[in-house]
Design a protein around this ligand. Structure first.
Ligand SMILES: Cc1cc2nc3c(=O)[nH]c(=O)nc-3n(C[C@H](O)[C@H](O)[C@H](O)COP(=O)(O)OP(=O)(O)OC[C@H]3O[C@@H](n4cnc5c(N)ncnc54)[C@H](O)[C@@H]3O)c2cc1C
Length: 413
């Protein structure tokens, strides 16, 4: 180990873990320091919204045990957050007063929940979900809640709605847009997805705004612009805001996320990288820049930056993919769809399976599936290889069948 400045990572989540584990796996032997604002070992967030957790023991989400960091000489500073970047001196300053110099700085600060901008949002019984601690609070509240109102029909809201249903609560999802998952899923697939949630017992109110939450200290009612809903628990998930304040204050380019180049280096200062939910980056599948909030993106970007710092640079071109488990519905997405893409909905080989193929200029660019993991995997394999798939290629066979046929043809050739 040398005594020179090494890598400092700000953030102790999925992307930060990916950076530091890749650095050491790639033979990087200078100092590695991680500042993690939360007191917990780096952990995965997806399980937090997919079951009700009431006891910390039931919530084993940490990515690796503490010994992993110790054995690799990774200086993990839990519960200490970075409050300033001194880019001129290439040093970070933490809340506890630590000043740590860096040769490379990686911002992996994630995102925070968008606050609910209505009167009463501060009442007891009103929660948002991002951390382990939030998950435990909501899980415990669900043991007694009878009337649950979920504000926001996005992934986290719908996952929590189904969790609340299994706990015996009456559940209403209130969504301002005219449909669920409007940013992430095509209108074509949203319709059957919504029907399935309603069939399971979730009441869905789209095109409905929340005006106020009311109650004497504790929430009792949600006033919407259509009706007043009884509520003893309100959970809201109305989007996330990237944590890019440190970068902005340090004078780095920021635009709803830290703006980085194709190797994920700040466009202002190439000694600084940004990865995961906080990064806005170019991607071959989109015009302009994009910011993605997914485990795949956090892991792949962290890996890319870890390898680059260790001496193997590359451009970020990973195929985006995502999953969301909403009760008995497994929604999976491969590729990036844009609102103008044409989507063809195709039934699977059993009634619960569905796929939406998204075409741009006649070429397949993304695939959404419901309860059809094999088709999702086939989509990922084919889209990753960037072999063109035309709308006509899918006028009958599934992607799974197409992938098998193409593999067989390759073997024969
Ligand atoms: C409830 C929930 C469910 C999800 N489910 C899915 C899913 O099913 N599938 C999927 O693909 N994705 C899912 N996601 C998204 C996925 O978890 C995120 O995209 C991923 O965690 C992003 O990783 P990250 O490291 O960029 O950010 P995070 O994991 O959020 O980590 C960032 C960390 O940085 C810390 N930090 C911030 N500022 C500072 C500072 N100044 N100093 C020190 N530390 C700081 C934060 O406290 C935080 O712990 C879910 C997210 C949530 C919240």
């Amino acid at each position: 180990m040398t005594s020179t400045a090494g890598v400092v990572v700000v953030g102790g989540g999925q992307a930060a873990f990916s950076v530091v584990s890749t650095l050491r796996a790639s033979g990087y032997d200078a100092p590695v320091t991680v500042f993690a604002a939360e007191p917990h070992l780096p952990y995965q967030r997806p399980p937090l919204s997919k079951a009700a957790h009431t006891e910390p023991d039931g919530l084993r989400v940490e990515l690796v045990p503490e010994s992993f960091y110790r054995e690799r000489n990774i200086d993990l500073r839990l519960g200490d957050h970075v409050v300033a970047l001194d880019t001129a001196a290439a040093t970070v300053v933490s809340r506890t007063g630590a000043r740590v110099p860096y040769a490379h700085l990686v911002l992996a600060t994630g995102a925070r929940n968008r606050p609910l901008p209505v009167p009463g949002a501060e009442l007891d019984g009103v929660h948002a979900l991002r951390s382990v601690d939030d998950a435990l609070t909501i899980g415990r509240a669900l043991t007694t809640a009878r009337d649950v109102v979920v504000v926001g029909g996005g992934f986290i809201g719908l996952e929590l709605a189904r969790v609340a249903l299994t706990r015996g609560a009456r559940v209403t999802v209130v969504e301002l847009a005219d449909r669920l998952l409007s940013r992430a899923v095509s209108r074509e697939l949203e319709l059957p997805l919504r029907e399935r949630h309603e069939h399971a017992g979730v009441r869905v109110l789209t095109g409905t705004g929340v005006r106020a939450l009311e109650g004497p200290g504790r929430v009792e009612r949600v006033v919407t612009d259509r009706e007043v809903l009884p509520a003893d628990l309100v959970v809201y998930g109305i989007g996330a805001i990237p944590r890019d304040d440190l970068a902005r204050e340090a004078g780095l380019a920021v635009d709803d996320g830290v703006v980085v180049d194709e190797q994920l280096r700040s466009v202002t200062d190439s000694r600084i990288s940004a990865v995961g939910d906080c990064a806005r980056h170019p991607h071959p599948n989109v015009e302009g820049l994009v910011r993605l909030e997914s485990v795949q993106n956090a892991i792949d970007q962290g890996t890319l930056v870890g390898r680059r710092i260790a001496g193997s640079p590359a451009s970020y071109e990973s195929l985006p993919w995502f999953w969301s488990d909403q009760g008995d519905l497994k929604l999976q997405i491969a590729g990036l769809r844009s609102p103008s893409d044409e989507v063809r909905l195709v039934p699977g080989d059993s009634p619960e399976r569905l796929a939406g193929y998204a075409f741009r200029d006649g070429l397949l660019v993304a695939v959404e599936t419901l309860n059809w993991p094999a088709e999702h995997l086939a989509a990922r394999r084919l889209l990753e290889r960037r072999t063109p798939i035309l709308a006509g290629d899918l006028a009958g066979p599934t992607l799974g069948a197409l992938a098998r046929a193409r593999r067989a043809a390759e073997v024969r050739a």
